[in-house]
Design a protein around this ligand. Structure first.
Ligand code: SF4
Length: 160
């Protein structure tokens, strides 16, 4: 509660909860539901008139394992929040997403901003590359070794 109070006193207010977002990239449709988007009540001088500052928040009941610096290599697996950022920008205009944060509901009960070094351009290029790879009929693919990853996948019936 103290942590939330400090966030609200700093001027942030939850504006969107369980908010559905989507976007199309290289012919592929992405969809998601964002736990929470906080909006800053007072406008900042650095942001153009009519644009609101926003932070995308994901509630996390498990351990938060995010590398200090974002490296878009084959080990990069934390797609969720950066994708939310792109999808929110596509879904609502007029929000300058200045932060992505996990709400640590396991230990600290505080917001932890992550991926602060990630630029949208770099990330979009990375996702576009992966989509093109998926769409390439010549490229095979390896099934995930963690079956729980398949829970929300549309291909489960034909894959297993
Ligand atoms: S069901 Fe989906 S997530 Fe699971 S191995 Fe197949 S393609 Fe990958």
């Amino acid at each position: 509660m103290d942590s939330e109070k400090a966030v609200f006193e700093a001027g942030w207010m939850p504006a969107y909860l369980e908010f559905p977002v989507s976007m199309k990239l290289k012919g592929m449709r992405f969809r998601g539901k964002i736990d929470r988007v906080d909006i800053m009540k007072s406008p900042a001088e650095s942001v153009p008139k009519g644009v609101m500052r926003g932070v995308i928040i994901d509630y996390k009941l498990s351990e938060i394992n995010v590398r200090g610096r974002t490296v878009l290599d084959e080990k990069f697996k934390e797609f969720q929040l950066p994708l939310y950022r792109l999808m929110l920008k596509e879904t609502i205009k007029g929000i300058d997403v200045e932060g992505l944060a996990y709400y640590d509901l396991k230990r600290s009960f505080r917001l932890r901003r992550v991926f602060e070094d990630l630029t949208d351009g770099e990330f979009t290029g990375h996702i576009e590359g992966l989509v093109m790879e998926l769409r390439d009929r010549e490229q095979g693919f390896e099934k995930t070794v963690q079956e729980r990853n398949c829970k929300y996948c549309s291909y489960t019936d034909i894959c297993w």
